[in-house]
Design a protein around this ligand. Structure first.
Ligand code: COA
Length: 375
């Protein structure tokens, strides 16, 4: 008999802000800034003390990543070459915070699919690559906004924050600590992107995803039984964001570029493709389920060819569009939300008994996977 956690994903939902930002307008603004900066620093460039900045192209972005557009909370600041930071006004302490709002919007959709109400929620695990504040916990704010009662916790695990949040919900339900647990991932990525960095200004998009986890015996038909989960960490600084509460303590580096997202993208690509394929392959082997029996891989959404290569290593052939669906082309890299968004958008069509695997891989490096079967 196949192993099971005795828990199930009974609902999921996705939300993103309505403002669309295409590659062309993103590059136009970036390139105006590049030309201005190069003109202003012409003497330094001539003296060899400053490296001339290069322009960014929509063609490169689409070819290198598969991303054609992204949604953001605000684009007025991003496409303003004088600013290149989203305009996101501070909210008062008695207003719902931005990440809580993202989470609540996705949670309402997830709860509706589960046939539950906010009042049913007795635990919230909020996992996101970046958290907008230290405390009070945003998860507790979300629990309160939904009208639930119980407990909440924020976790940050880079690109595996969402799979870990779902895993923690499943574990809490297994332990009897919760009966309607909500994993929410509000990825407000536009706030931590360095919009002046050619290597990474195109990568991310804002979106939120929520997943309801309940005991299997309460799950409605069509839910996804969580058979097993797996997690792994392997330290690397190739994807990093040094933003944090110590930043103001060294006034010489307070606004340095490393206080925002930065990465060695090519190295990450090379490291993570084999690492993720091995990790997923070992998870499946441990459960005795060959990759060929997996109807769908909901993979982390950082790079189109990366996902193709990982699926190819697992299957021994290129995946079809539906075997490893992509959402990054329209939503860009939504940090840790990507694999759960792929699940949410591409799970309705599978027949009962189908196996699927959700997997994340990225900053940390952190990896997480959930093996599921449709009820
Ligand atoms: N516009 C135009 N050209 C660009 C460019 C841009 N925005 N950014 C880089 N280039 C150029 C580079 O200068 C380089 O040209 P050169 O060799 O003449 O100098 C060339 O394109 C290739 O650059 P490289 O950085 O090697 O690109 P890449 O093919 O590795 O693609 C990523 C970059 C980031 C899309 C890719 O490495 C990636 O997705 N890696 C995985 C990252 C990941 O999973 N991160 C997890 C985050 S959650």
């Amino acid at each position: 008999m196949t192993k099971t956690t005795g828990t199930a994903i009974t609902g999921s939902g996705v939300w993103h802000p309505p403002t669309l930002l295409g590659n062309a307008e993103l590059c136009d603004a970036f390139n105006i800034w590049v030309r201005r900066e190069n003109a202003a620093r012409a003497a330094e460039i001539a003296a060899g003390t400053f490296t001339e900045l290069r322009e960014s192209t929509p063609e490169f972005i689409e070819k290198a990543s598969g991303i054609t557009q992204r949604y953001v909370v605000d684009k007025s600041g991003i496409v303003d070459p004088d600013r290149m930071v989203p305009n996101i006004p501070d909210r008062k302490d008695d207003e719902l915070s931005y990440q809580a709002e993202f989470a609540v919007n996705a949670a309402k959709r997830a709860l509706a699919e589960a046939g539950r109400d906010g009042k049913d929620v007795d635990m919230v695990v909020l996992g996101a690559a970046n958290l907008q504040r230290l405390y009070p916990s945003i998860a507790i704010e979300v629990l309160d906004a939904l009208g639930g009662a119980g407990y909440g916790v924020d976790i940050a695990l880079g690109c595996s924050s969402a799979t870990m949040a779902i895993t923690m919900c499943s574990e809490a339900v297994q332990l009897g600590k919760a009966t309607c647990a909500l994993a929410v991932t509000p990825e407000l990525t536009s706030g931590f992107i360095n919009w002046r960095d050619r290597d990474s200004h195109f990568i991310f998009g804002d979106a939120a995803v929520a997943v309801v986890v309940e005991p299997l015996e309460r799950a409605h038909p069509g839910s996804y039984e969580i058979l097993s989960t797996r997690s792994m960490g392997k330290f690397s600084s190739n994807i990093r964001n040094n933003g944090g509460y110590l930043n103001r303590c060294d006034p010489t580096r307070q606004f340095a570029d490393d206080k925002l997202f930065y990465q060695q993208g090519r190295r990450v690509f090379k490291d993570v493709v084999p690492l993720a394929a091995k990790f997923i392959g070992e998870h499946l082997a441990a459960e005795g389920i060959p990759a060929a029996q997996i109807a769908r891989f909901w993979l982390h959404q950082a790079n189109e060819s990366m996902n193709g290569l990982i699926a190819q290593r697992l299957l021994g052939r290129a995946p079809t569009e539906l075997e490893a669906p992509l959402i990054l082309n329209e939503l860009a890299n939504t940090a840790s939300a990507g694999s759960a968004i792929a699940f949410s958008k591409y799970h309705d069509d599978l027949p009962a008994g189908s196996y699927g695997l959700m997997a994340s891989f990225g900053a940390g490096y952190s990896l997480g996977s959930l093996l599921v079967r449709r009820t």
